[in-house]
Write a protein that binds this ligand. Structure first.
Ligand SMILES: Cc1c2[nH]c(c1CCC(=O)O)Cc1[nH]c(c(CCC(=O)O)c1C)Cc1[nH]c(c(CCC(=O)O)c1C)Cc1[nH]c(c(C)c1CCC(=O)O)C2
Length: 379
């Protein structure tokens, strides 16, 4: 693996990438039987890694996202540290690059998280968003992500597949209306009930951008993609069905129209009430679960919903805080998790992202435990 951390090292050639040597993730995502569950972790590139913090001391968050050489470097860091243990890399970027590309200012405030100084306060503010009539182009605005993906594909040298991603419409709308994170989502949720039409217009515009952006990421070299609906759990079943599911479904349908064979994952955190609909009414190959549902229950509900009409792979779902336990606890809980998912159609992951206070060596214990437990289950 080369370390492309100087600007003259970058390689934006999309015509020929190094051949992939570990395709366990892709085979599993396509529903094929495999020798063990592949494993990767949400937020595997991040502040829990000292080598990531070292880069961030010198470089503001969105500068890292916008510099292909830096984005490549931090994407590859966990692959390098956990040699042979991770089965996928995820491009270093953020879900909030879409609101930025649509014309909103987004800042990453240290210790606080995302901050949008001028959020959408009323439906009139939709006119502040850039649109195609004004000559706006998703591909031009987000070209820096495509370059980061292409360059990272070269730097990974075929060791593991590279995942692209986007934020889902409802989650992005929540940030765009709240102006940042929130405990109650009172502003964003009040839009749903006060301004349902404007909400649908906004969600629809975000979905169109997200679908085009994913197609562009795949064109640039992403080998699979994930859609993050991180705030799904703020909606109940009825509002999820109205304001989230149709847009998640639209994104998958659009991307599959261009790239039918590229695996797609949906992570609707907190929305396990919607497992059946996600399995039946969308084209996602993989449904990612948080830790609040028993994997065996999820498996049987999904199987009952699709009745053998298509293969649905499950991803997850160890509670990330288990990594605050000791080695033996992590090993036991990982083994139990693998057993509960069953001997096929499972991509091992955490139920949400790595946290800054996690110990990198305890993540290694999780990764090794997946390799051991999952291989043993399939012998
Ligand atoms: C909701 C969301 C965001 N961003 C993302 C989500 C969806 C996943 C989830 O539910 O966690 C997605 C995301 N953000 C980041 C990635 C990179 C790839 C990876 O997973 O390794 C991915 C896939 C980097 C990041 N995105 C962010 C960091 C930390 C910021 C830093 O380096 O200072 C990283 C590594 C910042 C970010 N970005 C966001 C928040 C809430 C924060 C602050 C969180 C915090 O402070 O811990 C929005």
């Amino acid at each position: 693996m080369t370390s492309a951390n100087r600007d003259h090292d970058v390689n934006f050639d999309t015509a020929s990438f190094p051949p992939l040597t570990n395709d366990l993730y892709l085979r599993t995502a396509r529903g094929e039987p495999t020798e063990r569950a592949p494993v990767w972790c949400m937020r595997q590139a991040g502040r829990y890694l000292p080598e990531f913090r070292a880069i961030r001391v010198e470089n503001e968050f969105f500068k890292v996202c916008r510099s292909p050489a830096l984005a490549t470097e931090v994407t590859v860091q966990p692959i390098r540290r956990y040699t042979g243990l991770l089965d996928a890399a995820i491009i270093f970027s953020d879900i909030l690059v879409i609101p930025q590309a649509m014309g909103l200012d987004v800042q990453m405030v240290p210790g606080k998280g995302p901050h949008l100084p001028e959020p959408l306060r009323s439906p009139d503010d939709l006119s502040r968003l850039t649109d195609k009539q004004s000559g706006y182009s998703v591909d031009r605005e987000l070209d820096y992500v495509y370059k980061a993906i292409t360059n990272t594909r070269h730097a990974l040298n075929g060791e593991v597949p590279l995942l692209g991603f986007v934020g889902a419409p409802w989650t992005l709308m929540a940030y765009m209306v709240e102006g940042g994170g929130s405990k109650t989502f009172a502003l964003a949720k009040s839009w749903l009930f006060k301004h349902p039409e404007a909400s649908h217009e906004l969600l629809s515009r975000i979905a169109d951008v997200a679908a085009e952006f994913l197609v562009g990421q795949i064109r640039a070299g992403a080998q699979a993609v994930q859609v993050f609906e991180s705030w799904a759990g703020e909606l109940g079943p009825q509002d999820f069905a109205t304001f989230s599911l149709p847009y998640l479904a639209r994104i998958a349908t659009r991307v599959k129209a261009t790239y039918p064979d590229v695996p797609m994952t949906v992570f609707a955190k907190g929305a396990h009430y919607a497992l059946e609909q996600l399995a039946k009414d969308t084209l996602y190959d993989v449904i990612s679960l948080d830790w609040t549902i028993d994997p065996a229950v999820a498996r049987s509900r999904v199987d009952a919903a699709v009745q053998g009409r298509r293969k649905v792979v499950l991803q997850g779902n160890l509670d990330p805080t288990v990594l605050f336990g000791d080695e033996q606890t992590i090993r036991e809980r990982t083994r139990e998790m693998c057993r509960a998912f069953g001997p096929a159609s499972h991509i091992a992951n955490l139920g949400h992202g790595m946290m800054p206070s996690h110990d990198p060596e305890l993540l290694r214990v999780f990764l090794e435990s997946v390799h051991e437990a999952s291989s043993a289950l399939r012998k």
